[in-house]
Write a protein that binds this ligand. Structure first.
Ligand SMILES: Cc1cc2nc3c(=O)[nH]c(=O)nc-3n(C[C@H](O)[C@H](O)[C@H](O)COP(=O)(O)O)c2cc1C
Length: 138
């Protein structure tokens, strides 16, 4: 098992329907590739965790990296892992701009952190804290 976490910035405005279309496309393809993970969206930036067989994860990452809908992709962490963290989701998703999520327990220290390399590079523990927080409330 292999996992990878990156942050990136949208190049186009993603409304709720654009996010849902992206998810529908992703979930279908990920299921076929045996990939699971989590996508978070906040103020025009993405954080995504992908996990699965190494070749599948890296191959999909090449495709995602080339997607013109975002840019500035920064891989925060990638490594072998003993087991899946997001096994229940071909792609879990949270739009953190949703006001209802602002009061999620444990989220307050992240409220003012944009999903940028500046904030998360070299601090993958913080990335995982955030991903797990929303995984555990899905
Ligand atoms: C932020 C972001 C996350 C994405 N996540 C996935 C994903 O998890 N799985 C996926 O198949 N495509 C994902 N995509 C879409 C891919 O870039 C690509 O459009 C899609 O896989 C279709 O590829 P194809 O040309 O091979 O059909 C994502 C795109 C963006 C912008």
């Amino acid at each position: 098992m292999y996992h990878l976490v990156y942050v990136s910035s949208a190049t186009v405005l993603f409304g709720e329907s654009d996010l849902m279309a992206l998810l529908a496309q992703s979930r279908g393809k990920n299921a076929g590739l045996g990939i699971t993970g989590m996508l978070l969206y906040k103020e025009g930036n993405f954080m995504q965790a992908l996990e699965g067989e190494r070749g599948a994860v890296l191959g999909l990452m090449d495709t995602i990296q080339a997607d013109p809908r975002h840019h500035g992709v920064i891989i925060v962490e990638q490594d072998e892992s003993p087991r899946r963290q997001f096994g229940d989701w071909s792609m879990g998703f949270r739009n953190l701009d949703d006001p209802a999520l602002q009061t999620t327990p444990g989220y307050s220290p992240f409220l003012n952190s944009p999903f940028t390399g500046e904030v998360f590079t070299g601090d993958e523990g913080r990335c995982w804290e955030l991903l797990n927080l929303f995984r555990d409330t899905m």
